[in-house]
Design a protein around this ligand. Structure first.
Ligand code: FES
Length: 181
């Protein structure tokens, strides 16, 4: 009996394959759009997974309770303290760090550009946290007031708060303009 030796047709890339799935073990999550599987200590704080395992060191240590907001990341769109979240809580979650704010071509997010334009960066230690907290804020307030911005948990020891306010407002205006374009 004749056998068909034709090679099977190549399978198209399946976007669903990029979504987190429960695998044979470990914790599956998306970080900046990439799929990762953590098979180590489930109690490891996300901050140390980012910094020590993935070498994404934009997110900073601000203290064991996340004081000052330097360790903020977005988890499913909300700003959370990366030191306060163990990997065991992240199955199937989407994490965005400061490294994930620019687009695939490297074009800065309007918030990043606004921080540069308003010179809202001193030593830079606090900046990733401000950017993440501001991302979260701008999803809730398209036109934030100074008092909205002052609700952010971030601290800047270089005294950039006033320029951060201006930067967040500048970004809000740019994002509104971009949405209209
Ligand atoms: S820029 Fe230095 S702590 Fe904020």
């Amino acid at each position: 009996m004749a056998q068909d030796h034709a090679a099977p047709a190549p399978r198209k890339a399946d976007k669903a394959a990029l979504a987190p799935v429960v695998s044979g073990g470990g914790i599956d999550l998306l970080i900046n759009g990439e799929h990762f599987n953590h098979t180590g200590d489930p109690d490891l704080p996300l901050l140390w997974y980012l910094r020590d395992v993935l070498r994404l060191d934009g997110t900073k240590y601000g203290g064991e309770h996340g004081e000052g907001g330097a360790d903020l990341v977005l988890v499913d769109g909300k700003a959370v303290s990366a030191i306060g979240v163990p990997m065991s809580k992240l199955q199937g979650r989407k994490v965005v760090t400061v490294e994930g704010l620019a687009d695939a071509k490297g074009t800065l997010h309007p918030l990043q550009q606004a921080f540069i334009d308003e010179d809202a960066i001193g030593c830079g230690y606090c900046t990733p946290g401000w950017l993440i907290a501001s991302m979260d804020l701008l999803t809730r307030h398209k036109d934030p007031s100074d008092s909205d911005i002052d609700t952010l948990p971030n601290l800047c020891r270089c005294g950039c708060q006033t320029r951060v306010r201006k930067a967040v407002k500048r970004a809000a205006a740019a994002m509104k303009q971009g949405a209209k374009a």
